[in-house]
Design a protein around this ligand. Structure first.
Ligand SMILES: Nc1ncnc2c1ncn2[C@@H]1O[C@H](COP(=O)(O)OP(=O)(O)OP(=O)(O)O)[C@@H](O)[C@H]1O
Ligand SMILES: [Mg+2]
Length: 209
């Protein structure tokens, strides 16, 4: 039976789709992984289509661009055939995102280190808490140091919000890999971006254990 990871954050552009795609690509090395795209923008669907059309075939990732209201059934259908299901959700916390959070064994909330991103994350954190789903913030596009990062981190600690220790930096490799249907662990396995992604994945696996 698969575990379900939902990537959710009502703030647009926080890095949900990038995170979902890169986690799936890295996990696909060792596990049967499927992605479910419930965001009508369909960015992840296009990423997966590019991946499938590549001449040198990368590791296979299952896929469904199901609409939010059918997600529950689709999760049940996919669960038997995969080890991990990753759901990419739209930038709001209305019905579809709610369904995605409800079905999750772990909810990941990417936040860029700025106050509005953190404020937006509060809605998703509350939603996950209401649904009694384990949830973790993931700091994304974070500078290695500096006031903005330390300020947001202090705020996260002050509120007691659960956060993974590994942050993803602001790295062009993420956009570059996404543009060709791959993850950073595939395009540049020894890059800092890939190392961060693997460290994040190890933390996620520890939470799910
Ligand atoms: N760690 C990162 N380093 C550099 N660029 C990043 C990083 N994470 C995301 N981006 C870039 O930020 C932009 C938004 O990312 P993405 O589409 O993943 O966000 P999203 O939360 O899915 O957006 P939406 O809410 O519209 O679905 C993209 O151009 C992506 O390449
Ligand atoms: Mg997206």
């Amino acid at each position: 039976m698969a575990v379900v990871i939902t990537v959710a954050q009502q703030k647009g552009g926080a890095g949900k789709t990038t995170l979902a795609a890169n986690l799936a690509a890295a996990l696909a090395e060792t596990k049967r992984v499927a992605l479910l795209d419930i965001d009508p923008q369909r960015s992840l669907t296009r990423w997966h289509a590019m991946r499938s059309e590549r001449r040198s075939k990368p590791m296979e990732i299952g896929f469904s661009d199901v609409s939010g209201w059918r997600l529950g059934n689709e999760l049940d259908r996919f669960r038997r055939h995969y080890d991990v299901l990753i759901v990419d959700s739209p930038p709001h916390i209305e019905t579809d995102a709610r369904v995605a959070v409800r079905g999750a064994d772990l909810v990941l909330v990417p936040v860029q280190p700025s106050p509005p991103d953190l404020w937006a994350a509060e809605g998703t954190l509350k939603l996950a808490t209401d649904e009694k789903r384990p949830v973790r913030l993931v700091l994304n596009r974070a500078p290695a140091s500096g006031k903005l990062r330390s300020g947001v981190e202090a705020e996260i600690v002050r509120h007691g919000y659960p956060m993974l220790a590994t942050a993803l930096g602001n790295r062009t490799g993420f956009a570059g890999a996404f543009a060709i249907g791959l993850g950073v662990t595939e395009t540049s396995p020894r890059s800092t971006a890939a190392q961060e992604l693997r460290a994040l994945l190890a933390e996620i696996e520890a939470v799910l254990r």
